[in-house]
Design a protein around this ligand. Structure first.
Ligand code: URA
Length: 436
């Protein structure tokens, strides 16, 4: 038996906690035997003192075992998932999961909802009429076995310690802590029964990590936890300044994902799908060469196999599979479209991702308060991107909206654009670093 206040004092003083002390504390979080004020004090102590690699691995392991850990060992295919640290217009899971499954690797994906200015895979999937993300563990396992993929939301049984810790972090200014973010993500991902993970660690204006150093620190903490659990993590650090692709908003992003699944779509969206998918095939051990792995993903996007896999998944999860062939007729549409025009001529130097994400929130594409409901049809269509030349009066974006948020969104979108007469060197790739 330990005393919570003694553990908090040790952490506050920068001493190292043992596996037993950390397990005792996390158990107290899960069973509620440690009250909110002591858990909050511990979070603040971790925020300021950080954690050693051993402490991080033990804390994350205790969080993982606070709930159910799925056992997918009866499925003989390798099982690999991808996790993104969150971005704007980040719809990559939608084309990626079916593409990887079409290459013979199982993808058991437990996803999240939008967080802050960033979108969430579950909200996007729910814009497909009928699609259910609330499957139980038995249904989830069956679909991963038979189809090679399933996309659901976090169940109450997965990592309950994280649920309580996350809620307390949110109201005690302790969200932005690398060990707390890394352990929160990994306690949920390792519970999926995966063999390996590919992390899309986003950096830039539209991401939670603003600098390369911060992104590398988070990637490394996640790799430490993965290694200790015997689940290798490949971290891909990717540029999250301007929004990904051209669509922000749930149904709009589903339509853009379907374009990628048919071999088209914006080049950055396809690139992220191909590179992250290639890394998943390498992590699964079904390919050993980076170029060959990427070509294999390109092939299933171009030959219809990935689109077919998505269609089967939608049908199995209760959605209308006709969306894959006619997204325009099946997906919900906003009642109004309003263009925002350039007020001067020049080259687009920067599109501030975070502002574009917040503009989407005002329209109803995300939640401003936890209880808000989502409007799946609204969003932003980016018509002029970084590097494009525009003349005053050209359309920068088309806003798809119903009855809320147009004036707030317009102000944010106008301020998100930097246009100047200078030429702009445009990066041709969003991939900044791959850490295997
Ligand atoms: N996503 C999570 O699941 N947890 C965090 O702490 C941050 C992002």
């Amino acid at each position: 038996m330990f005393l919570p206040q003694a553990i908090i004092r040790q952490k506050r003083n920068g001493e190292t906690l043992s596996a037993e002390e950390l397990r005792f504390f996390v158990e107290g979080v899960t069973t509620q035997s440690i009250p909110d004020y002591q858990v909050s004090a511990m979070l603040m102590a971790i925020y300021f003192q950080g954690m050693s690699d051993a402490e991080l691995a033990n804390w994350a392991d205790a969080m993982l075992h606070s709930g159910e850990v799925l056992d997918l060992s009866s499925i003989d295919r390798p099982k690999v998932d991808k996790h993104s640290t969150g971005g704007v217009g980040d719809k990559i899971s939608l084309p990626l999961a079916p593409a990887v499954a079409a290459c013979g690797v199982a993808v058991p994906m437990v996803s999240g909802r939008g967080l802050g200015h960033t979108g969430g895979t579950l909200d996007k999937l729910e814009s497909i009429p009928g699609f259910s993300v609330n499957l139980d563990v038995a249904q989830f396992t069956k679909l991963v076995d038979t189809l090679g993929l399933c996309l659901i939301g976090q169940t109450a049984e997965i990592a309950p310690a994280d649920k309580r810790l996350y809620a307390l972090r949110d109201v005690t200014a302790t969200v932005e802590s690398v060990p707390l973010i890394a352990s929160s993500i990994m306690s949920k991902k390792l519970a999926e029964g995966i063999d390996a993970l590919v992390l899309d660690c986003k950096v830039g204006h539209g991401a939670f990590m603003k600098t390369m150093d911060e992104a590398r620190e988070l990637a490394s903490a996640i790799q430490v936890i993965g290694k200790a659990a015997g689940k290798p993590v490949t971290a891909v650090i990717t540029d999250m300044n301007a929004p990904i692709g051209t669509m922000i908003g749930n149904a709009l992003e589903v339509a853009e994902s379907i374009a990628v699944l048919h071999g088209g779509g914006p080049s950055d969206t396809r690139e992220l799908t191909v590179v992250l998918g290639g890394e998943m095939l390498l992590a699964a051990g079904v390919e050993t060469d980076e170029a060959a792995a990427r070509v294999r993903i390109e092939n299933v996007l171009d030959n219809g196999a990935a689109a077919q896999c998505f269609s089967k998944l939608i049908e199995a999860q209760g959605g209308d599979p006709r969306v894959v062939d006619s997204p325009d007729t099946i997906l919900p549409k906003a009642a109004n479209k309003t263009d925002i025009l350039a007020t001067k001529s020049g080259t687009v130097q920067f599109v501030a991702g975070r502002d574009m994400g917040v503009a989407g929130l005002w329209l109803g594409a995300g939640r401003r308060a936890a209880a808000d409901s989502i409007d799946p049809s609204v969003g932003i269509e980016v018509r002029a991107n970084v590097g494009d030349s525009v003349s005053a009066g050209d359309v920068l974006v088309t806003v798809h909206h119903n009855d809320q948020g147009l004036s707030e969104a317009t102000k944010l979108i106008e301020s998100a654009y930097t246009i100047s007469p200078d030429a702009n060197e445009v990066a041709t790739s969003r991939i900044l670093e791959v850490l295997r």
